[in-house]
Design a protein around this ligand. Structure first.
Ligand SMILES: [Cu+2]
Length: 65
């Protein structure tokens, strides 16, 4: 499945990497693009439901709106 999330609080490359890692830890084959300038996280080839990914991003410290 492919998803797009609007994510608050990503201020630098480390934040983008933290979000990517949190998702791929749970969903290893997912492709993740995090763009802090647009507050967007795009996930493709996910095996997980949208809510699960949203929860993982939020638990990493970045609110999903
Ligand atoms: Cu950061």
């Amino acid at each position: 499945m492919d998803y797009q999330f609007t994510v608050q609080g990503m201020t630098c490359g480390h934040c983008e990497m933290a979000v990517k890692k949190a998702i791929t830890r749970l969903d290893p084959q997912a492709q993740v693009v995090a763009d802090r300038t647009q507050n967007q996280v795009t996930v493709t080839h996910s095996t997980q439901p949208r809510e699960v990914l949203a929860k993982v991003i939020a638990e990493e410290g970045y609110p999903v709106t």
